[in-house]
Write a protein that binds this ligand. Sequence first.
Ligand code: ZN
Length: 384
Amino acid sequence: MQFKAIIGHENVKKRLIKSVNDERISHAQLFLGPEGGGNLPMAIAYAQYISCQHKMPTDSCGECPSCVKFQKLIHPDLHFVFPVATSAEVKEKPVSANYIEHWREANLDEPYLSLAKWQSKIETGNKQLLISKNESESILKILSLKTYESEYKTMIIWYPERFNIASGNKLLKIIEEPPSKTLFILVAQDAEQIISTILSRTQLVKVGRIKEEDLQSELIKKYDIDTSAAHKIAHQSDGNFIQAQKLIEHSELEEEFHELFKDWMRAAFKGNVPALIVWSEEIAKVSYGREKQKQFLKYALHLFRESLIKNYGDVEMERVNNSEEGFLAKFAPYIHGANCIEIIELFDNASYHIERNANPKILFLDVSLKLTKLLRVEAPVGAE
Ligand SMILES: [Zn+2]
């Protein structure tokens, strides 16, 4: 991880680089800031910079043997401690070392890692992730080794909030009398949850929220969205890149579903069977995946529900966005008391069968043909 891959925080980067070049590397530091602000990638970039063999004024070189290993998170002098729990894979006394392969994968995949993502990555269910006292023993063991290739041995501890008191106290002793050339970087979100004695022995490096304009330009660069959309998302996500990613994925998917739904309804209205066959083949493609097919059915149900609300209900209850609004104005009159129950049943059944591995091509075509009939049912007299 190089500094340039981290969004914003230019002042923090400058200060960290200066401290290395001035040879003022404090042996225990606390990188404090909210999840999604970048404190974890910042810690890794800093450790990479310290170990880089060809340091540049604003970043590590990215090419020396040390950087190459750091970029794969396999440098022998780089160690990680993070919260874990038991799982089908690790049945007792879980420690970070048990999950290091998953850790590398998760971080290389998403340097702005969230605890929730991490939990689903290691499939520990709802168990609380912790740094246990078994972990402090393994920390001691690691620290007793001499460095292999670098001047410094670096230990990055993610979520020190998750230390229990016993393991925290052990860590404290180590921090108080650290082996020489050892660097601890605690990467935390919430200073109040860290044992105060640990807190008082670390040097604070604040990696706060990402500035709105920095986040905005990153979103434009990375997702190729227009300025106003990027501005809106940057604002809504409050300087949190993880949150921004979630918002983007959600809105992209909704847009895709909306287009798919419109095409479908157009063909169904016309009773255009060849078009319905093509449409069903499209959504049945393996690349689409059952999970997404299910989500699409859910989305379709949402639009049917909104149509009913539009026809009979209270405008205040509507939960639609602008592009849906325009479409629903024309579509809603076709969903009414004489067909809505059958339509909802049709979609519920379809979800049920998709989950049980029905052939999606046959299933979606079947739903399409039934829908063609249902949409032609006339509204009961008296309804709008
Ligand atoms: Zn390098």
